[in-house]
Design a protein around this ligand. Structure first.
Ligand SMILES: C[S@@+](CC[C@H](N)C(=O)[O-])C[C@H]1O[C@@H](n2cnc3c(N)ncnc32)[C@H](O)[C@@H]1O
Length: 219
């Protein structure tokens, strides 16, 4: 169980926090929380502002494969897989790896990459439809913080159940009051977020023994 930055190879995303904050109102937040077409491919005020495959997750898949010692024939699950970009890149980086995804967004699954057809399930992180210890690794990036605290605990227990001690979660956090303020101006969908010490308490309460990293907004 350790903090490890498995997303270190991603390019830094430029975020216009002032524009997001100015456009944010209850109607915008409600639409963003539907995780539908507007969130993925609508105006930036609702979310991604157009999210298309560009291969940027390949290096992340490579680092995750090395971190967990994944080999052809092993099984990996991405909880909150969206359109399946990471699932696709796991299969490119480690041919023969059995990669799967699960997401709550019907729109994302219906607009997934063709290469992952049949590998993505519609579902909720709080109730993963797979047997105990059925994966060699489970990863979940910027997803479980979209639940309230009890849901986060349930999701962590589910992830732990599928791959005891062999998981990675990345979640929204902040180290300083300034970073927290910035985050609150930006956030649309996260319902539980905290300082690392708070998150570590949640991990302990859930009995989560996998690895983790933080998404921290900075100017
Ligand atoms: C910020 S996106 C991250 C997508 C992808 N993991 C990435 O990093 O590009 C959050 C994802 O979590 C999904 N999501 C939100 N709540 C969820 C839940 N309770 N169970 C499963 N997926 C959920 C959304 O549909 C969306 O795909």
């Amino acid at each position: 169980m350790a903090e490890v930055n498995l997303l270190r190879s991603l390019p830094r995303t430029k975020r216009n926090i002032d524009a997001r904050s100015a456009a944010k109102d209850p109607a915008v937040v409600a639409i963003a929380n539907e995780f539908g077409a507007e969130d993925w491919d609508g105006d930036r005020k609702y979310g991604y502002g157009g999210y298309r495959y560009d291969g940027r997750w390949r290096s992340v898949a490579r680092d995750m494969t090395a971190h967990f010692g994944l080999k052809p024939g092993m099984r990996v699950l991405d909880v909150g897989c969206g359109k399946g970009f990471l699932v696709k890149d796991f299969m490119i980086e480690c041919p023969g790896l059995e990669a799967f995804g699960l997401d709550i967004s019907l729109y994302a699954i219906e607009h997934a990459e063709p290469e992952v057809a049949g590998r993505l399930r519609l579902g909720n992180a709080t109730s993963l439809p797979f047997p105990d210890a059925s994966f060699d690794a489970v990863v979940s990036i910027n997803t479980i913080h979209n639940l309230e605290r009890p849901g986060v605990i349930r999701a962590l227990r589910e992830i732990e159940r599928l791959a005891p001690g062999r998981a990675f979660v990345q979640v929204d956090a902040y180290h300083t009051p300034e970073q927290r303020e910035l985050f609150l101006r930006w956030v649309l969908t996260a319902k539980f977020h905290d300082y690392p010490s708070g998150w570590l308490g949640v991990f302990e309460e859930a009995g989560y023994t996998g690895d983790w990293s933080w998404t921290v907004l900075e100017r």
